[in-house]
Every structure is written in C-alpha cells, then in structure tokens.
Design a protein around this ligand. Structure first.
Ligand SMILES: Cc1cc2nc3c(=O)[nH]c(=O)nc-3n(C[C@H](O)[C@H](O)[C@H](O)COP(=O)(O)OP(=O)(O)OC[C@H]3O[C@@H](n4cnc5c(N)ncnc54)[C@H](O)[C@@H]3O)c2cc1C
Length: 388
C-alpha cells in the first residue's frame, strides 16, 4: 500500500471511531420519539448538537477545508457517513444530512461568489436551512422531471415564478429553496429566498419518515419575483444540474442508511441473544440465524457497492450507471435488513421502545425518492441492452 494511502486510512479509521463515539454518547441520547416529527423541536435539538460536533472537530466532513469542513474524499466520507448515520440525528449534527448536504455541494459547484456568500455560507455555518424543490402534483413533474409545470417568465431584469411543489424535504422553515422551473430556454435552477412575496409553504405533508429536519412541504409560488442573480449556473441547464446534484445525493443516502440499518441489526441481535422461546435462545434458532446472516450479507454487499462508486467519484470517473445500480441495491437491501430486524424482535420491533420500528419506516421511501427503483432499472436496462 502507498504510504500516503496508509496514513489516510489510519486517519479515516480514527475519525470513524470519533464519530462513532459522538453518535453513541451524544447524538443517540438526544433522540426522542416525542420530537421525531416536531420540526421546531428538531431544529432546536440539532442546533445544540452542532455546537458539540464543532467542539469535537467532526463538523461538515463533506466540505473542503477552505469552507470550514474536514475535506474528506468520497471513500472516506462513505465510512464516516455510515457511522454518523447510525444515529437519527448524527448526520444533521455534523451538518451532512439531506437535503442540505447536496444543496451545499450544488451551491459550491454552481454559485457565483456573491451567491455563495449569501446562501452557501449560512448553510455551512448551520445558521440557515434550504430545500430542493422539483416534484409537483400531477400533471407536473414526478418521476419524469421533463413534465415540469412551474414556470419562470422574464419581466425586464427580473424573473417571475409560478408553480406548485410537493414533498419538498426540509421545506418547512427553510430559509431558501433551490427551485427547478421551466423557462423559454428550458428548465432552469433558481435560488429563491422563502421571504420572497408569493413564496408560500402551504403545509407539512404528513409522511412516514421520522427526524426529518423541516418535514416535507407543499409549496406554492404565486407571482414570486426574483432578480437575475437568482439563477444558479446557466439558464436552460436545470435538468442537467438536478442530475449532477442527485448522483452524490443518492450515494450519500446509501452511506447514511447502511449505518441506520446496521443499528437496526445490532438492536435485533441484542434482542435475540437475550430472549428465549420454547427452551432455547432465539439466537440459537436456525431461522433467526439465517436472518442475521442474510442481513450481514446485505450490509456487506451494500457497503462494497457504495465504496466502489465513491472510489469512482474520487477518481473523477462517471458514475451515472454505478450510482443507479448502487441506489437500487442498497435501498432494497436496507429495507430487507430493517424488515428482518422487526421480525426478529416481535412486537418490540414495532414499538417505539427501540429505534427499529422508526428505522423500518424511514427506509421505505428510499425505494421511491432519488429516482424510483423501477425507473433506474428501466434506464439501466435500456442503456445496457443498447450496448449489447
Ligand atoms: C420522503 C420523500 C422525500 C422527498 N423529498 C423530495 C425533495 O426534497 N424534493 C423534491 O423535489 N422531491 C422530493 N420527493 C419526491 C420524489 O422525488 C418523488 O416521489 C419521486 O420522484 C417519484 O415521483 P412521484 O412520487 O410523483 O411518483 P410517480 O411519478 O407518480 O410514480 C409512481 C410510481 O410509478 C412507478 N414509475 C414511475 N415512472 C416509471 C417508469 N418510467 N417505469 C416504471 N415505473 C415507473 C414507480 O414505481 C413510482 O414509484 C420526496 C419523496 C419522498 C417520499
């Protein structure tokens, strides 16, 4: 092994251990089912955790050092996010949770210096929150982003946005939104402050997820007027930018959820080791053992696929196909792991006395967002068959 690589691996291992300690000692004890769907209480709890994450030197592992982050590459980040992801609040405490982790990367990549100063800097400091608004009710954009109905019209030096967005994670209480809207030159990405007249959060849509900062909002844009400086990147390239944002975003979800599913499995293992049925420990029953083994196989395969894709990103290689395959496999594998954990624990696995039921609920949507798995399978097959 190259000496530099060895040193980096040792540093990454050390960082992972420190993140694990932070999650076990600070982030997990801060969890409480009573605040799992309370947007304001979550914001307050996370603000406190961020102070502690900063003091521990664990804050913003995904950002370059110049931005106040730890400057990790994607492979190292995969291991760190897995550890952070064991806790429901771990990623947010480190300010590397969705949707702001990919929002920060988008602003870093596309933002002008002025946009970065105004929008990126407060996200990095953890003073503001943002959301990414693409999905719309029918007949607007869902799985097919080209069905975008939200429109932005030129009015002199200004843009006027009208549209309807739904299921926007983090939208309740977000300070600004990255909004995808149709223009005469094609889909364009705008950065819209929530205080802009005409921007309205209609409601927090009740969702199966838990501990989601800012819930999942329905948002209306009614004659919402912004300046030319609200355009991110170049007009007409919005769909391309959304894809660029999605690739690392979905891979980061894989990283965090491998950690979360691992926690469900750890909890179930502790349960079956201590519970008896008809004179034997559950852990000694072959059907239980098979569930434990299959879950470890699922997690191991998920980790390897994620690390492989992360390595390609570190090497600057294209990951369109790899990130799609990884997302499909990992989202289904972590669902299997969480479901088996519930089964191994009987009623306890469905109660709020352990984290398992909430992990199981939280995993389900991952087969739908970041591109529904059916869509990824269809696209992958088309591309692979065209080559054949
Ligand atoms: C928890 C959660 C958080 C979300 N956060 C955000 C967010 O922050 N911002 C945002 O913009 N959106 C967000 N979304 C929305 C998400 O991106 C969409 O749900 C997703 O793109 C699918 O769109 P849809 O729900 O309209 O499903 P539809 O497009 O109506 O599709 C329904 C189902 O049909 C199937 N299907 C669709 N197209 C095909 C196809 N071509 N081939 C085969 N099967 C197909 C799939 O099984 C799919 O699940 C979130 C969703 C959830 C559940």
């Amino acid at each position: 092994m190259h000496p530099q690589q060895e040193r980096n691996d040792a540093q990454t291992r050390d960082l992972c251990e420190r993140v694990r300690g932070f999650v076990d000692d600070i982030a997990i004890p801060a969890e409480s089912p009573a605040i799992a769907r309370d947007v304001a209480a979550l914001d307050e709890r996370i603000a406190g955790l961020r102070v502690q994450a900063r003091q521990a030197g664990l804050y913003a592992p995904q950002l370059p050092a110049e931005q106040g982050g730890l400057g990790l590459g994607w492979r190292a980040l995969a291991l760190v996010l897995e550890e952070a992801g064991r806790g429901f609040l771990g990623p947010a405490a480190l300010n590397c949770a969705a949707p702001d982790q990919p929002n920060m990367l988008t602003l870093l990549r596309l933002g002008t210096p002025a946009q970065q100063e105004r929008f990126l800097a407060p996200l990095v400091r953890g003073e503001q929150r943002a959301c990414f608004a693409m999905t719309e009710p029918a007949p607007g954009a869902g799985s097919d982003p080209s069905m975008l109905r939200t429109r932005a019209e030129r009015r002199g030096q200004r843009w006027v946005l009208n549209g309807h967005k739904q299921f926007i994670s983090g939208g309740v209480g977000a300070d600004f939104a990255l909004v995808l809207a149709q223009t005469d030159v094609g889909a364009t990405l705008f950065v819209v402050p929530a205080a802009t007249p005409g921007y309205r959060v209609v409601r927090d849509i009740g969702m199966v997820t838990v501990y989601q900062i800012g819930g999942h909002a329905e948002i209306l844009l009614e004659d919402c007027e912004v300046g030319e400086d609200a355009v991110l990147g170049e007009p007409g390239r919005g769909l391309e930018y959304a894809q660029i944002r999605l690739e690392p975003a979905r891979l980061s979800h894989c990283m965090r959820y491998i950690g979360r599913a691992r926690r469900a499995l750890e909890t179930a293992q502790a349960y079956v080791a201590g519970r008896e049925s008809f004179g034997s420990r559950l852990a000694d029953l072959q059907q239980i053992q098979a569930m434990v083994a299959d879950s470890h196989i699922d997690l191991h395969a998920s980790r390897l696929m994620t690390l492989d894709c992360a390595g390609r990103m570190d090497d600057g290689l294209p990951v369109k196909q790899h990130s799609a395959m990884t997302k499909v496999f990992v989202s289904e594998a972590v669902n299997r792991v969480a479901d088996r954990a519930v089964q191994m624990m009987g009623a306890s696995g469905l109660s709020e006395d352990t984290p398992v039921s909430m992990i199981w609920q939280e995993m389900r949507p991952f087969r739908i967002y970041d591109g529904a798995n059916e869509l990824h399978r269809a696209t992958l097959a088309r591309r692979l068959l065209a080559r054949a």
